[in-house]
Design a protein around this ligand. Sequence first.
Ligand code: NAD
Length: 421
Amino acid sequence: MHISVIGTGYIGSVTGACLAEMGHTIVFVGRDTRKLDMIRAGRSPIFEPGLDTLLTKNGERIETTTDLVRAVEETELTFICVGTPPDKDGSSDLSQIREVSHTIGKALGTDNKYHTIITKSTVLPGTIEDVIIPILEKESLKKAGVGFGIASNPEFLKEGTAVDDFFHTDRVVIGVRDRKTAELLENLYRPLNVPIFTTTLRTSEMIKFASNAFLATKITFANEIGNFCKELGIDSYEVFEGVGLDTRINPKFFRSGIGFGGSCFPKDVNALIAHAKSSGIIPRILNAVIATNEDQPKRMVALLKKHLDPQNRTIGVLGLAFKPDTDDIRESRALPVIRMLLNEGATVKVYDPVAMAGFKKICPDLTYAASASEVLDADAVLIVTEWDEFNNLDYSGKLVIDGRRLTRARKEAAVYEGVCW
Ligand code: NAD
């Protein structure tokens, strides 16, 4: 099929490259010509393992443009993959969604063929029916489900393993109003040979939020019990290994540490809280998840202060990305940890294999080391992201506070404190 993908961030780049790998012709629509040039040259605009290979391999089926109207006119399907960042009150900022909906609607008005629009961006239940469809219908003078197709298709991939997750997802969720659109998307995803769950637009939108809220809750539960384990001298990793063997519970996303970050969990849980409140529901569990997650990084600095006063000392931080194998620093736990260290009067020396350029833009006044081993010269080392290469360092003689349980640091450090073990 001929497919347009709007947005060349994490989700747009992966969706387009993977659909190209499935044999489709892709038009990437972006605003940043530098990113579009990279895609055309077979280079990923984000750090994501395997993406360069797919873009290079399928280059002959990949086009790029800044002209959204033309892209809609020339394709049969359009995936909306623009950002839905948090608004000031925690709810979703839908300005990017509204803007592209207006332009798509105008293009649909002059497009004689049947076109289907698929929302992959994470949007709250009701957004497609209450915001996107009215804009599309007003601009195109066509009816959803009659003049054009509309679907919800939330994305569940994880940054760092996004390409593999796309092809081996646990399930594809499709929200539709009509059978024709359901069949079109079911046929599109059938070659993946994974379970396909087809439902209504609103239910599909809610499945995405409920999934992320559940995973954030599961991690937070592991952290709360982990904090307790640490006080009792129990290894929380062993506890959750034992608990996770119960098939009703499952071991994944069940490790304690310094809390969740990234572009999705904090934003989506907060958006769900705001939406629940405006619907008259008191989201007690979700409120507690956010509050507990905010407290978790404070434990690292508290543990450090048990051994050393950070004032006028150099404290090393290993890892800035919110998790390994990505350059994404959105809501990374490194941010609150570093802010607390600076407030304590420390000099902070940091290293991350791929996320330093992005971090420098928001925290220019840190010492950015040229290598991980340079960070080990500091008076103490805090491990924030579990990059593989941090397991190759020699921690002997060091004071280490570990938020991610690195095997080698645990074995070798002269003084070692794990946050929950
Ligand atoms: P992102 O900020 O990395 O990318 C969004 C892109 O959309 C940017 O490149 C931006 O320039 C582009 N854009 C905005 N308006 C545009 C326009 N009018 N025309 C062309 N391009 C436009 O965001 P992301 O991480 O890729 O997330 C996108 C959506 O997917 C969000 O709703 C997010 O919640 C959801 N999501 C993200 C992940 C993830 O792991 N990053 C996982 C699942 C779902």
